[in-house]
Design a protein around this ligand. Structure first.
Ligand code: ZN
Ligand code: ZN
Length: 304
């Protein structure tokens, strides 16, 4: 709606994020900055994702597959000539100390050599992790092969834990992905194998030098509140981090309120996104969480 709204002479209503007035009508501006296709662990093709985004009346959609830009071309072709504004992005697997942190990066050049090398290392490590995971599962008596995993991940760039989880569901070992992670694939479980991730502070610099902006995904999801404290977030802001994803289903209302106040103290942009994975993640439909248009404009303004 932003671009379309401005062309129609629509104006945002102060204090009503996402609602614009156009003549006598109020219209919502829907911006979802966190989604996955089958180029990582989602289940929709990029083209299908664009179709669904349009059906959900989204105005802006970011495609943020894990550690890859493979879906950008197809998504770009599908979005061309439509009202939907596509923001190419990715969700990069990083480490801060020993804690895993996901970094959303937007509008970056994926071919920038230091960045491309890091992404390749992350993807290679994920690929070599598979045989080790399956060996761990076989040790506890689960008869699972690479062929079982390949069957549920035909279009994926590389096969990872979510695909192993799907294979376990397919074999009738567990009911769904969540149970697969809880019992077999999460940290300390028989199928858990550590893997390489990029250094968070280094990656924030690479994204900037690759012409993009970075936002920490679900910073306080899954127990990372202890690691990514207000002080740490403030430090990361000085290193070039642009924003934090406050509106994500992993955060409760109290966490969101605290994160918003950290953002306003540090100048970080506040974003929101669904973390849509198709049928690969339940209860994360497109646009279930969105980004305020003014925050989105700030994010774009931060592009170097
Ligand atoms: Zn994530
Ligand atoms: Zn995600």
């Amino acid at each position: 709606m932003g671009r379309v709204g401005a062309a129609l002479g629509a104006a945002p209503i102060p204090h009503c994020p996402g609602i614009w007035v156009c003549g006598r009508y109020a219209v919502a501006v829907l911006i979802d900055l966190h989604t996955h296709s089958h180029c990582s662990d989602g289940t929709d093709s990029p083209r299908e994702l664009i179709r669904r985004a349009r059906a959900a009346s989204l105005d802006v959609l970011a495609l943020t597959d894990h550690d890859t830009s493979d879906g950008w071309d197809e998504a770009g072709q599908a979005a061309a000539g439509t009202e939907l504004r596509l923001i190419p992005g990715m969700e990069i697997s990083c480490l801060y100390g020993r804690a895993g942190v996901h970094l959303l990066a937007y509008l970056l050049d994926p071919g920038y050599p230091p960045l491309a090398a890091e992404l390749e290392a992350v993807r290679d490590s994920r690929a070599s992790r598979l045989p080790a995971m399956l060996a761990g599962l076989r040790e506890v008596g689960i008869d699972i092969t690479e062929a079982d995993v390949a069957r549920v991940s035909t279009a994926a760039t590389s096969m990872g834990r979510p695909h192993v989880a799907d294979a376990l569901v397919g074999l009738g070992v567990v009911r769904d992905r969540d149970e697969a992670f809880d019992r077999y694939l999460g940290w300390g479980r028989p199928g858990y194998v550590p893997r390489y991730a990029a250094d968070l502070t280094e990656m924030i610099g690479y994204v900037r030098r690759a012409g993009g902006v970075s936002v920490i995904a679900h910073p306080w999801g899954r127990g990372s509140q202890r690691t990514l404290t207000a002080d740490v977030l403030a430090d990361l802001a000085t290193l070039g981090l642009t924003g934090i994803e406050v509106d994500h289903l992993d955060h409760d209302a109290a966490q969101r309120e605290q994160l918003r106040s950290i953002a306003s103290d540090t100048g970080l942009v506040v974003t929101g996104g669904s973390d849509y994975h198709g049928t690969g993640k339940v209860d994360h439909p497109l646009a279930c969480e969105t980004t305020d248009p003014e925050q989105f404009e700030r994010l774009l303004a931060a592009v170097p």
